[in-house]
Structures are given as C-alpha cells and as structure tokens.
Design a protein around this ligand. Structure first.
Ligand code: ATP
Ligand code: MG
Length: 301
C-alpha cells in the first residue's frame, strides 16, 4: 500500500443503506502483520497530522469535528492520546459527553453539542457525542422519559426523526466549513471481555472500571443493533462513518490517524500569503531588525 489513506478508505461508509456490521471484522488489520509493521505508518501519520493541523490553524477557515463512538474499553481514550500526540494542544479541543446534567436535560438533545463545536482553525474531538441519543438512550428507553419531551412528540417515529435532525445538522456544518469525521471503534465482545478483565487484574487500572460496564455488556446485541441502524441512517458523503476494526489498538489508531490526515489533505491547505502591503511591511521589519543586529555604518548614523 503506497499511502496510509488506504487503511482508512477501506472502512469508510458514505452511503449507509447497504451497510451491515457483520461485514466488518473487528480483528482486521488491513493486511499488516504486527504492531511493529504499523509503527512506521503511525509515526508518519502523527508527523503529517502535526503539519496539517498547523496549516489548518494558520488558514483559520475550516474546522474539523472528530466524533468517536464505541462500547466501553474499545480504546477511545488511547486513540485520542496517540493520534493527537504530535499536535499542538492549542489547536485541539477534546470534549467528553457523559450522562446529561439537569440543565442539559432542560434543552433539546443537540444543545450541549452545539455549544461545544470547534472554532475555525481547530480540531474538535467529541469523546462520545449526540450519537449517544440514538444509542444508550435507545437501548435504555427510561432515559428518554427523563428528557421531558411533550408526550405528543415522543412517538414511534422519534428515532427516525433524530437521525433526520442529526443528518440535517451535519449537512449544515459541512456547508459552513466544518469537516465532520465519525468513527465507530468496533471491538469484539471477546476482546472487550479481555480488556475489562485486564482492568480488574491491574490495581492501577481499577479506576477505569465502572460496574455499569458489565450491565451494558449484557446488552451487547441491542447495542450492536442500535449502532448498525445508526450507521445505516447517518453515513453520508459529507459526514462519513468509519467503522474501525478495534481489536488491535495499534491498527485502530493507525486507521483513525490515516482518515484524519486524508480529510485534511483533501482541503489543500496552505499558509496564508501576505498581500503587497504586508509584504512591504515584512521587508521593512526585516531590514530594521537586521540593522539592529548587525549595525552598518548607514544604520548608525
Ligand atoms: P471509559 O471508556 O474510559 O469508561 P466513558 O466514555 O465510558 O469512558 P464514562 O464516564 O464511563 O466514560 O461513561 C459516560 C457514560 O455517559 C456512558 O455510559 C454513556 O453512555 C453515558 N452518556 C453519554 N451521553 C449520554 C446521553 N445523552 N444520555 C445518557 N447517557 C449518556
Ligand atoms: Mg465507561
């Protein structure tokens, strides 16, 4: 494979209608045999991303929204940490969405996300997102009751309507200069078991364990159904889903990094060129500073 973008393209869904989750193997590694084989690709991706992010910031027109969704222990946090490791922290905003507060429940389901969207020139990362509204809230319908929707509006059409509203929001964002990239880190149930056990067996990882993780694991089938429907309904050209095989952390990181690099390269970013007046000022400033550093006979006079 000549370019890392191939690792991302293979898992990109831009038209969800035919999508089936069972067609993606969580153990897929894009033909790479080992973590070692991926090392050079990942390093290159990190370096490219650092450069591209600086141009994104300097250009100050586009913004990038990275949405990360996954079951517990699929590796969202580690992916953010590794993929963004070379990037200037000033250009990145990570927002984690937990169970909504009372204030958040007093607003529509998109409200808290809209407030957290990235500014132009920035990469915003949503660690979980408004997609929880068609995942956890769908699996646990009692959460919907807490949202205080007027009874007349909470109909059987609600999930379809949420998909429509999400699609409309993402189209709006795309039309206004936000590149929307969505990732589902697809881990297998067996690998999740291994990772949860690993957390329980290592005292330094106990803090990562939440007893509700097991309850949610018990609803695995329902979650997978909700994920599949979500991807089928919201994968579009302007806001594609990437269904990333995540049983191997190193591969998931590589594929996510490749997808972000690919999208940024597609923007053909360049450092802004100064106009004639600014160029004249730059020349004058250089001359003044040069004169200050190495005084010439003329400058001393
Ligand atoms: P980790 O993977 O490290 O455990 P996490 O993202 O799972 O990190 P937690 O604090 O464990 O972080 O979980 C956040 C919880 O908030 C999840 O169970 C998620 O389903 C829940 N949540 C997020 N958004 C909503 C929402 N809109 N309504 C209800 N629950 C939500
Ligand atoms: Mg959790």
């Amino acid at each position: 494979m000549a370019k890392a973008s191939g690792f991302a393209r293979a898992f990109r869904v831009t038209d969800g209608r035919r999508f089936r989750l069972r067609d993606v193997d969580p153990g897929d590694t894009g033909g790479l045999k080992s973590k070692n084989a991926a090392g050079a690709w990942l390093e290159r991706g990190t370096a490219l991303l650092a450069r591209l992010q600086e141009k994104l910031y300097a250009d100050d027109r586009w913004s990038v929204l990275v949405v990360l969704q996954a079951m517990d222990a699929a590796g969202k946090d580690g992916t953010i940490k590794h993929v963004m490791s070379g990037v200037n922290p000033q250009g990145v905003q990570v927002v984690s969405f937990k169970a909504p507060s009372a204030e958040e429940l007093d607003h529509d389901f998109l409200w808290r996300s809209l407030k957290a969207l990235p500014e132009r020139g920035r990469i915003g990362i949503f660690n979980r997102s408004y997609y929880e509204e068609v995942l956890v809230v769908r699996v646990h319908e009692e959460l919907l009751a807490a949202q205080k929707l007027p009874a007349k509006l909470a109909t059987k059409r609600l999930w379809r309507e949420r998909f429509e509203d999400i699609n409309a929001l993402e189209r709006h964002l795309a039309r206004n200069g936000t590149v929307v990239l969505k990732f589902f880190l697809h881990v297998s149930k067996a690998e999740q078991r291994r990772r949860l056990l690993g957390r329980l067996e290592d005292r330094e990882k106990h803090w990562k364990f939440s007893p509700t993780d097991l309850a949610e694991r018990g609803l695995w089938g329902r979650y997978m159904g909700a994920y599949e429907e979500m991807i089928r309904a919201t994968a579009t050209v302007h806001a594609p889903w990437h269904v990333i095989p995540a049983d191997n952390k190193w591969f998931a990181r590589l594929a996510v990094s490749a997808a972000i690099v690919d999208a940024l390269e597609g923007l053909h970013l360049a450092y802004p060129e100064p106009g004639p007046e600014m160029r004249a000022r730059i020349a004058a400033a250089r001359a003044a500073l040069t004169a200050g550093r190495r005084p010439t006979a003329g400058a001393r006079r």
